[in-house]
Design a protein around this ligand. Structure first.
Ligand code: GDP
Ligand code: MG
Length: 463
């Protein structure tokens, strides 16, 4: 999978070598090429559009550290967006139910459902030490039940027999009952598919879903159908509460558009990919690994990560120095908020500051990005003089700033009050250093409340 994208990306991104910094101008051509590459890979258009816009915004906001080239930074941005589009992290199969955990398979004919049932049973036995009972509710396709019986024997899973004159829902109920009485960990239910989405098939799978109440309802889809895979997944997702997707036949798909589109179009995670015809050919879906495979530039990505981590540390250290010296005005405060946003939010920065490790995670999580944006907007609407001497901000100025930033005078009052308190704390801190401040603050943390609450420090300020 992704061979085509790999070739295109390598060419395109290497073109940016030697450029001084990332600008709208010099990323323009590269982004156009990236866009073409994604379209050629049969990624769905809305996904391509959002991908390009996100990369553009991210890239322009990105500082190019001295030891890096813009091309390297752009590669990292593209890499991160690839990971994000595919769903960030692997989502595991959820089997946390009173046994048996029921897994229902849905999908078009030929998508790989029956094969995937066997692969999954094998994977569960080998990786999770779970015994699965397999049953086929496909009474339409000749030999479908027989196919599953053979596969079950091959993977050493118990097979619950059914016949084509039975009713699918009755088969499912009987299998569930058997699985319960024999203490099976998992019941995997294979179903019939049609060549196209049709009402009768949807009704049947819905009836099966209602009878079984599965903890996992997996949509099985052929990777080679590209962006159509995402659209079919959406149609099924609208009819059934899907919990995930198995993307099959990725071994034969050089383009990979489905892998990049499904999450975005359906909101459902790809949990596994089929990578061959054999019953061992099933792998959990790891966005990070696949993104690295697409770009085939793992060394660049880790280099950029390392340098950026270092720069973050230096920035944090500089900030601590500045805090210690005092003389910290609203403009500094704004820079600090913005910097935090680019560093993965408040929580990210807090971890880098000395002494911050002791702050409980839920306190860090209180910091909210929307509030950060509002604060920045308010400070942006001030004149330089107002930022340096907030005391001069009175009636008319307040109204002007609030209007200019789309906020209320009360919001501004709160910001000013909080900033004044922050300066007070910083003056105290001058003598004792950061550690002392942290100790002082720690006792008060619970009282600080949520964002924008009175009496607390403003969000964006390291607590
Ligand atoms: P169903 O109609 O949805 O039950 O589909 P099947 O499980 O019968 O699979 C249809 C065909 O696709 C079979 O020939 C399988 O061997 C093949 N197949 C399923 N998964 C994969 C896969 O991941 N890779 C490859 N190469 N073939 C697959
Ligand atoms: Mg089948």
């Amino acid at each position: 999978m992704f061979e085509n994208l790999q070739g295109r990306f390598a060419k395109v991104l290497n073109n940016l070598r030697g450029q001084g910094r990332l600008t709208e101008d010099n990323i323009q051509d590269t982004l156009r090429e990236v866009r073409m590459a994604l379209l050629e890979a049969d990624v769905a258009l809305p996904v391509v559009r959002e991908f390009i816009e996100t990369v553009r915004t991210q890239a322009l906001g990105e500082e190019v550290a001295r030891s890096l080239t813009p091309g390297q930074v752009l590669i990292k941005v593209v890499h991160d967006e690839l990971v994000r589009v595919m769903g960030q992290a692997n989502e595991a199969l959820d089997l946390a139910a009173q046994p048996p955990a029921v897994v229902l398979m849905a999908g078009l004919q030929g998508s790989g459902k029956t094969t995937s049932v066997a692969k999954l049973a094998r994977w569960l036995a080998e990786r999770q030490n779970k015994k699965a009972l397999l049953v086929s509710c496909d009474i339409y396709r000749p030999a479908a039940i027989e196919q599953l019986r053979t596969l079950a024997a091959e993977v050493g899973a118990e097979f619950f027999p059914s016949t084509k004159d039975q009713d699918p829902v009755a088969i499912a109920r009987a299998a569930l009952d058997h699985a319960k009485r024999h203490y099976k960990d998992v019941l995997i239910v294979d179903t019939a598919g049609r060549l196209h989405i049709d009402a009768a098939m949807m009704d049947e799978i819905r009836a099966l879903h209602a009878a079984l109440d599965p903890i996992e309802t997996l949509f099985v889809v052929d990777s080679m159908t590209g962006q159509d895979a995402a659209n079919t997944a959406k149609a099924f997702g609208d009819a059934l509460p899907l919990t995930g997707v198995i993307l099959t036949k990725t071994d034969g798909d050089a383009r990979g558009g489905a892998a990049l589109s499904i999450r975005h179009i359906t909101g459902k995670p790809i949990k596994f990919i089929g990578v061959g015809e054999k019953t061992t050919a099933l792998e959990p879906f790891y966005p990070e690994r696949l993104a690295s495979r697409i770009l085939d530039m793992g060394d660049v990505v880790s280099l950029v990560e390392e340098v950026q981590r270092k720069v973050d540390h230096e920035e944090a250290a500089r900030l601590v120095q500045k805090l210690k010296k005092g003389g910290f005005d609203l403009a500094d405060f704004r820079d600090q908020i913005k910097q935090m946003a680019t560093m993965g939010g408040m929580a990210g920065l807090m971890d880098k500051l000395p002494g911050m490790g002791q702050i409980p995670d839920q306190v860090k999580a209180q910091v909210n990005d929307k509030e950060m944006k509002r604060l920045v907007a308010m400070i942006d609407s001030m004149t330089p003089k107002e930022r340096a001497f907030p005391d001069i901000i009175k009636g008319a100025r307040k109204r002007r700033i609030a209007a200019g930033s789309g906020t209320q005078v009360q919001d501004l009052n709160r910001l000013l009050k909080q900033f004044a308190q922050m300066q007070k704390v910083m003056k105290k801190m001058k003598g004792g250093g950061m550690a002392k401040m942290m100790r002082g603050l720690k006792g008060r943390l619970p009282g600080m409340g949520g964002m924008g609450g009175m009496g607390g420090l403003p969000p964006g300020f390291p607590r």
